[in-house]
Ligand binder design. Structure first.
Ligand SMILES: Cc1cc2nc3c(=O)[nH]c(=O)nc-3n(C[C@H](O)[C@H](O)[C@H](O)COP(=O)(O)OP(=O)(O)OC[C@H]3O[C@@H](n4cnc5c(N)ncnc54)[C@H](O)[C@@H]3O)c2cc1C
Length: 310
């Protein structure tokens, strides 16, 4: 993660400022507010703003006039009940806004989540940074033989070096061409005064998908949990999962009770079909159940056994 001195100074100034408010604030989140947390090689995620806390969920659920809270254990019990029973609207009363720097191919997956408000860095208006995501060696995996959307063994030695070299040189070459087509220096003056520069909105089209972009991304807690349940899941691509993991850490600081309930009842839970539940009941009754005759397909059976740790 490389921030310029001016960007670091802006973050420090924002962190040093104080605003008086009647609204409840969360000490744990205030502690990390505005601070970037590094993700991948040049990316980051930072919380820019938030509204609400664990109590806001309780208040909304009780439609109370004041704080509307009771004993901590009662409030936690209510929040856990709401999550368990998918009574989701009280969680929509809490909002959070992130500033994210991420590779374009990750942004394409992320933007599919339509229930957020997004404003992306404009590459029509500004020039993109010369920064590309190059996977760490441990992430440089071959195509999985069993899962078309997954990774297999890690590439090693000459194979890994060749791929890394291609990723680097292709990205750098397209960026060099981008800079040449723009024909602008850092101050916006022509590098070569004898030729026109191509419009920024056109010059960008040749860049590789591992080029970094940035956006502000705002959502409510209900939709954040939905995003995290899909993108922090083991089936999500590593490069988006690491962002989701960093967001879970921020969410823990923000709404610790709700986040714990989410981790217990959503992230740590499995959903069983009626047939799967029947198999579990038969096994608990002492029956030796095998996949043939279980009513489950081979894939469902494998998933159930994996969920049961068998
Ligand atoms: C592991 C994984 C693999 C994927 N693979 C592919 C793939 O191969 N190809 C592909 O195209 N996508 C793929 N996706 C993207 C996926 O299909 C969803 O588009 C993405 O996860 C966003 O989910 P969402 O629509 O639930 O989220 P959001 O857009 O945030 O929506 C949240 C919820 O709001 C409701 N909602 C929002 N908008 C509408 C609407 N217009 N109509 C009805 N209900 C709405 C739905 O209940 C939805 O679940 C993949 C996602 C994951 C996690």
């Amino acid at each position: 993660m490389s921030l310029t001195d001016a960007q670091k100074a802006e973050i420090e100034a924002a962190r040093a400022a104080r605003a008086e408010t009647r609204r409840p604030t969360v000490a744990g989140l205030e502690e990390i507010l505005f601070q970037p947390s590094q993700v991948l090689d040049h990316g980051f995620i930072r919380v820019i703003d938030y509204m609400g806390d664990d109590n806001a969920i309780v208040q909304a659920a009780r439609v109370s006039y004041g704080r509307g809270t009771r004993r901590v254990s009662e409030d936690a019990g209510l929040i856990r009940y709401l999550i368990r029973h998918r009574h989701s609207t009280p969680f929509e009363m809490c909002e959070i806004k992130f500033h994210v720097k991420l590779p374009i191919f990750v942004a394409r997956q992320w933007i599919r989540h339509r229930t957020a408000n997004v404003n992306e860095y404009s590459a029509r208006y500004s020039i993109l940074d010369r920064e590309f995501y190059i996977p760490a060696p441990a992430q440089l995996a071959a195509q999985s033989a069993v899962n078309r959307q997954g990774r297999g063994a890690v590439l090693e030695g000459a194979d890994a070096a060749r791929v890394l070299n291609m990723l680097r040189t292709d990205a750098m070459q397209t960026y060099d061409h981008y800079a040449e087509m723009l024909n602008e220096d850092a101050d916006g003056n022509p590098r070569d005064p004898d030729r026109p520069g191509l419009a920024r909105e056109l010059a960008r089209m040749n860049l590789t998908l591992n080029t970094y972009t940035q956006w502000y991304w705002k959502t409510d807690l209900h939709n954040l949990f939905h995003f995290l349940s899909l993108r922090a899941d083991a089936h999500a691509q590593y490069e988006i999962r690491v962002y989701a993991d960093a967001m879970i850490a921020a969410t823990r600081a923000w709404v610790p009770i709700a986040c714990q309930a989410f981790e217990d009842y959503r992230m740590g839970a499995v959903s069983l079909s009626a047939q799967m539940l029947t198999v579990v009941k038969r096994v608990l009754a002492g029956e030796a159940v095998e996949q043939p005759g279980s009513g489950l397909s081979k894939r469902e059976w494998t998933e159930l056994m994996a969920a049961l740790g068998k």
